[in-house]
Design a protein around this ligand. Structure first.
Ligand code: SAH
Ligand code: F3S
Length: 482
């Protein structure tokens, strides 16, 4: 299943096609959200032009880059452990090896990284990847190098990302960077800066290029995709100052979605992540209008309690969220909806938690990602609220909603039993080399016997069985949408 944070991919190192003339070896691995994995493709693209080929063997790397995540303390601890590992490899195998930290931890800790972690030679924030060639030149001369400047313009729209460890069928296309929402628990606005949107022209060019290379599905990526707004460049918050002509020709997310769907009518289109306060019904109507836009919305709510939503600075109420869910279901009855949820936010009472449980029971999400609150230094909640919910209470609440979500996923998956679903084949099933694995429009994994079908085919599958999150069936023919 496409996850915001795909545990199975965490720490994956990336391989690229080798260029003969390149002599240095780069080991690059990524942690955290899909945006980090997408950014690593941009970094790799920049470094192939700097004489690097990728390797998956730490021991032989001249340069190790780790793209890091700060969203929860645990994510940062994972990266610290990796740095210990690199240290050991450097000591035992390759004293000349250089180590660089990219992404959100680099941005959050800045020079502290160079002081705290002696192994680190290079610190680069998410908006500074184009400066990598200069920074590496510094490192080559034996100096530490750092660039953590956040940008108001950088979208990397002009860097054509190389696709790393790809299945050749699905790809991420980033459309916005940064976030202006300032949810009080969240470090992202501090590590990724202000929100800016990418030129639609460059998005369309990337999609056309992917189609010509055989890709069949793209996921438009952003911290808050529904907030996408292009009016010739610049920050979202400066739109009020735009000229009349800029305002009249501005492209919002619904417009962009339609543009993508029309440009490549056979390319499947997904998007992630939606914020309830910014998801407008014209987006849902656009989804309904185009068959190639998948019927799934990742719509994190974080809590079902109005009091907690307010303390989180989520700019909608429980009732407004429920109304949005009802509207989505009215416009697209078979639309899958998934969630992110936080338990144990400061001051969360048992009653607040019950509100979260009852909201989940109302919506019955197809799937979701649930977390215990992790205080992040510098955020509004980190500065102004005591992290007062005992760890044991957080864990108990988490276990309860994880079990509830399992139950709901089971119910949702079963709804598709004994129907015909359209599946895009992505890869061989992990459990059987005689079966394909792909996903339905609703993002449910479906496995079925291979027969004569191939990776990249859209196949109609009659479902005959299921587990909690996987449909099992048999192909009944190629879809007319190939
Ligand atoms: N809008 C972003 C959110 C990124 S963070 C997106 O593209 O999905 C992903 C999820 O991590 C959030 O939805 C939230 O549920 C969780 N999260 C963020 N900060 C957290 C914190 N301090 N503690 C626990 N979970 C957190
Ligand atoms: Fe974080 Fe809220 Fe933005 S969760 S990424 S501040 S929408």
């Amino acid at each position: 299943m496409e996850k915001v944070i795909d545990e199975s991919k965490q720490g994956q190192s990336l391989v690229l096609k080798h260029k003969k003339e390149n002599t240095r070896k780069l080991f690059i691995e990524s942690y955290g959200c899909a945006m980090n994995f997408s950014d690593s493709e941009i970094v790799a693209s920049i470094l192939t032009n700097e004489g690097f080929n990728t390797t998956q063997k730490l021991e032989e790397a001249d340069l190790i880059l780790v793209n890091t995540c700060s969203i929860r303390d645990k994510a940062e601890q994972t990266v610290r452990k990796r740095l210990e590992k690199y240290n050991a490899v450097k000591r035992d195998h390759n004293p000349k090896m250089k180590v660089g930290v990219l992404g959100c931890m680099a941005e959050r800790l800045k020079t502290k990284f160079l002081e705290e972690e002696k192994i680190v030679d290079l610190v680069v924030g998410p908006d500074a990847y184009k400066d990598l060639p200069n920074l590496l030149a510094e490192v080559d001369e034996g100096r530490d190098a750092i660039n953590v400047i956040l940008s108001k313009e950088e979208t990397y729209g002009d860097v054509s990302p190389v696709r790393l460890n790809t299945n050749g069928v699905t790809a991420f296309v980033s459309i916005t960077r940064g976030c202006d929402n300032m949810c009080t628990f969240c470090v992202v606005p501090f590590t990724r800066g202000r929100e800016r949107s990418r030129d639609p022209q460059s998005i369309i060019e990337e999609i056309n290029d992917l189609w010509s290379k055989g890709y069949k599905e793209i996921t438009l990526l952003g911290q808050n995709v529904d907030s996408y707004l292009w009016y010739g460049g610049g920050l979202k918050k400066d739109f009020v100052k735009a000229s009349d002509i800029q305002k009249a020709t501005a492209v919002n997310f619904a417009n962009l979605l339609e543009l993508c769907a029309k440009t490549q009518p056979k390319m499947r289109i997904r998007f992630s992540t939606s914020n309830p306060q910014d998801l407008t019904l014209d987006v849902v109507e656009t989804m309904a209008k185009y068959h190639n836009i998948c019927n799934h919305i990742h719509l994190p709510v974080q809590s079902g309690s109005d009091r907690i939503l307010k303390a989180m600075n989520r700019l909608h109420t429980r009732e407004e969220y429920i109304e949005l869910i009802n509207n989505i279901r009215e416009i697209i009855p078979d639309c899958a909806i998934s969630q992110d949820m936080i338990v144990g936010f400061p001051t969360e009472t048992e009653d607040d938690f019950r509100d979260t449980v009852s909201l989940m029971k109302y919506v019955k999400y197809h799937f979701g990602y649930m977390f215990t609150y992790s205080e992040r230094p510098g955020t509004m909640a980190g500065r102004n609220m005591e992290d007062d919910i005992p760890e044991a209470t957080k864990k108990r609440r988490l276990a309860e909603i994880v079990a509830l979500q399992q139950e709901h996923s089971g119910i949702r998956t079963k709804e598709h039993l004994n129907t015909v679903v359209e599946v895009l084949i992505e890869k061989e099933s992990k459990k059987s080399d005689t079966h394909w694995s792909g996903r339905t429009s609703q993002n449910i994994v479906c496995v079925f016997p291979k027969e004569n079908y191939n990776i990249g085919n859209l196949v109609n599958v009659k479902t005959t069985n299921c587990t909690t999150a996987t449909l099992i069936g048999e192909a009944v023919g190629l879809s007319k949408n190939n």
